[in-house]
Design a protein around this ligand. Structure first.
Ligand code: AMP
Length: 398
């Protein structure tokens, strides 16, 4: 049936997985990190066995050649793995890349041209694509964008109330991110409940956090906007904030635009409030009486609760709430505190099911809860692999 190599190229890292898009079986998974630094690091896992290497890795080209070496040394052999395509995660697809797309020179140029809208991500995504096309010239390469699922958000949800001409000139709209995850999790929720007419909220709570409202499989709202800064409180990002904070910091604190960017994107959120961006640490401290950590947790869950209520109102009802990603899948405390007091929306959590030491897809509300609460582990790589196969096959057929 063939496999797909999924690549997620960051500014100093390359994550990869070799996946069977049919069964979801992962044949190998790895991470190249600290590219361009004096000590690079590589990790390649196959069949539960992990090989690690510490070598300087000059650039993304060297990083991807190292990936090929790791496959050659530790398997599976790529030549024998029947790779049918390479799927690339791309953060910002803008107005033009609105579905999984076969990458040619023009598409690569578009991804580069979208860099002003995603300066931390798109240049690195484009670099990964460029070197992968050089190293695997005979395979179809497919871009799967984080924004694609949200491209058709209803106009009132996607439009900022800002001067129309300014918005048009600078492509200012709400794009939404984590779309691959929201689409996958919403789809799994519908499959688990055996319904395709659901009004659901998906809460992707990882290092970055986002919420979406999905009606019958289509998104009608999402919390991230022009960039992944808007919305929920995150590991290091503020989420929603009065934009006048920016003017205030510029005028009163004399900060430059890059410094303000740094404060809001990297020195805020859980980290800004408690000193820690990892929810495990924040929770541990909050439980041991640390007041700053307690407040961080309260601000985080208060924001989630506010969004669940707002999205129920937007959809005119609520059938399911699904938690996913690192925090959403693992923190019973965050799930419980986020949904506390939402009985009026039909949410009746089952404290035992919520607290159970479980993994995998599961229902954590009471059997007669009008709104079902679920945990669904996200699998963006599988979703990218499946979309890549679809594009690769249609290319082949066409
Ligand atoms: P992700 O971006 O989806 O990989 O999520 C990463 C984040 O998940 C980490 O920074 C942690 O804050 C959080 N996380 C992982 N495991 C747990 C856990 N057992 N309890 C609470 N948070 C967790």
């Amino acid at each position: 049936m063939g496999t797909v190599l999924v690549i997620n190229s960051g500014s100093s890292s390359i994550k990869y997985e070799l996946i069977d898009p049919e069964s979801g079986e992962v044949h190998a998974v790895g991470l190249i990190e600290r590219i361009g630094e004096s000590t690079g690091h590589a990790r390649h896992t196959r069949d539960g066995r992990t090989a690690e290497r510490d070598d300087p890795i000059a650039d993304h080209g060297a990083g991807l050649r190292l990936v090929i070496d790791l496959f050659n040394e530790h398997g599976p052999e790529l030549a024998a793995a029947e790779v049918i395509g390479v799927g690339h995660r791309v953060v910002q697809g803008g107005e033009r890349i609105v579905e999984a797309t076969l990458i040619d020179d023009d598409v690569l140029t578009m991804i580069e041209e979208l860099s002003p809208l995603a300066p931390l991500h798109n240049p690195a995504n484009a670099t990964g694509i460029r070197v992968a096309r050089e190293l695997f010239p005979d395979l179809p390469h497919v871009a799967v964008c984080d924004t694609a699922f949200f491209h058709d958000l209803p106009m009132p949800a996607r439009t900022y109330a800002i001067d129309r001409e300014v918005a048009a000139a600078h492509h200012i709209r709400r794009y939404g991110f984590h779309g691959t995850s929201h689409e996958y999790v919403a789809g799994r929720t519908a499959a688990m409940l055996g319904r395709d007419d659901l009004k659901q909220v998906v809460l992707h709570l990882g290092n970055g956090c986002s919420a979406s409202a999905v009606v019958a499989g289509r998104p009608v709202e999402t919390s991230m906007g022009l960039t992944p800064l808007e919305g929920l409180v995150m590991g290091t990002r503020t989420g929603d904030i009065d934009p006048a904070v920016v003017f205030h910091l510029a005028r009163e604190a004399g900060l430059g635009v890059d410094e303000i960017d740094d404060v809001l994107n990297r020195r805020s959120g859980l980290k800004g409030l408690s000193g820690h961006n990892d929810m495990r640490e924040v929770t541990r401290l909050a439980m041991s009486g640390d007041e700053r950590a307690r407040l961080a947790l309260d601000v985080y869950t208060h924001r989630i609760r506010k969004y669940v209520g707002a999205y129920a109102a937007t959809m005119g009802g609520l059938d399911a709430v699904t938690f996913t990603a690192g925090v959403g899948e693992n923190s019973a405390l965050v799930r419980e505190e986020s949904l506390a007091g939402l009985g009026f929306l039909g949410i009746e959590l089952d404290p035992v099911a919520n607290r159970a030491d479980a993994s995998g897809e599961r229902i954590i509300s009471q059997p007669d809860s009008p709104t079902t609460v679920l945990v669904v582990p996200t699998n963006e790589e599988l979703s990218i692999a499946r979309q890549t196969r679809q594009v690769a096959e249609s290319t082949f057929d066409g």
